[in-house]
Design a protein around this ligand. Structure first.
Ligand code: FAD
Length: 293
């Protein structure tokens, strides 16, 4: 099934995300967590691609299991930083043979010491170049990343939006956002994006922060603005793991409910290999909306 059809759902639907292990040693553990998340039957599960282009084999193995054994629609991420034409072409063939038809196409974060200038000689300097290649390779449904708070490498939002439109013109069917903790940032971004003429669905990505030490990492990854309401919650509950997990889930559900009230119908949850968090989000929303997920 094309994920584009899922994200156009008429009532609130959720998808979850897992990330592959870095080594063989933790593969079984990650696979077990993935299968527990799959048992919750989300609309789809996305499987990230190891940073710096490493770990594609694990992404593939997990995506293949989800798609063919667990029967859950899968969105396999693929990054092009450090990848050659041959690498991408054979990876796409393997995805196709595994029955995976949905790809999140990304450039990926630049490895330490590398600058965007250094990427100029690469066959795929940007995600838009990868998207064009995937489009040529066959009938894939393609997602791309977007940044309500502007990508850290862009100096102004207008420039970021221009390049985002280029990704859609290259063939992206839908966009998924970087995490954000203040929904107004998303609404402002959507106004500006629609003004550029981009009409494809935008899927908000919500990250439940369930541990105080996740805050620093989330900030480093995304540069997201942390509203006072959120930081007070971490101040109050951060020292108690159970209380922090509950507070983080409630905050994420509050964001999801507000998105739903404002017309959003599909939300992607960065569940980070945590089946208990995924299940708690579903249960909490079920209680609030009076229906099961
Ligand atoms: P691009 O779209 O190429 O953009 C990167 C920067 O270049 C932006 O500043 C953009 O404005 C600029 N730009 C774009 N096109 C041009 C152009 N033609 N000329 C000049 N400048 C241009 N990382 C992983 O390693 N693995 C993952 O699985 C992964 N999944 C992600 C999923 C989502 C939903 C998001 C939001 C991010 C994810 N990331 C992942 C992180 C992502 O790879 C990084 O944010 C990376 O720095 C940018 O990737 P991109 O695809 O957005 O790049």
């Amino acid at each position: 099934m094309r994920i584009l059809d899922t994200v156009r759902s008429t009532d609130l639907s959720l998808s979850f995300e897992v990330f592959p292990p870095k080594t063989d040693a933790t593969f079984e553990e990650v696979l077990k967590a993935t299968e527990e998340i799959a048992a919750l039957k989300p609309s789809f599960i996305s499987v990230t691609y190891g940073a710096g282009g490493k770990g594609g084999k694990y992404t593939l193995e997990i995506a293949r299991t989800l798609q063919n054994t667990d029967g859950v629609e899968t969105l396999a991420h693929l990054t092009c930083v450090g990848a050659g034409k041959e690498d991408i072409s054979s990876y796409l063939q393997t995805l196709k043979a595994a029955g995976i038809r949905n790809i999140m196409a990304l450039r990926g974060d630049l490895p330490e010491g590398m600058t965007p200038e250094d990427m100029k000689n690469s066959p795929y300097p940007h995600a838009s170049d990868l998207i064009r290649e995937i489009r040529k390779a066959g009938d894939f449904c393609i997602g791309a990343a977007c940044y309500p708070e502007v990508h850290p490498e862009s100096s102004v939002q207008a420039e970021d939006l221009r390049y985002l439109k280029e990704k859609v013109d290259a063939g992206a069917d839908f966009l998924t956002t970087q995490m954000f903790f203040d929904n107004n940032l998303l609404y402002n971004f959507l106004y500006k994006l629609r003004e550029t003429g981009v009409t494809v669905p935008v899927v908000p990505g919500i990250m439940p922060i369930t541990k105080a030490n996740q805050v620093k990492r989330a900030l480093k990854l995304s540069g997201s603005f942390m509203p006072r309401r959120f930081t007070s919650l971490v101040d109050k509950f951060g020292s108690s793991p159970e209380a922090m997990q509950r507070a983080g889930i409630i905050y994420a559900c509050d964001q999801i409910i507000d998105l739903y009230a404002n017309g959003i119908r599909h939300v992607h949850v960065y569940t980070m290999n945590k089946p208990d968090v995924a299940a708690a989000i579903q249960n909490h929303l079920s209680g609030m909306l009076g229906r099961t997920f």
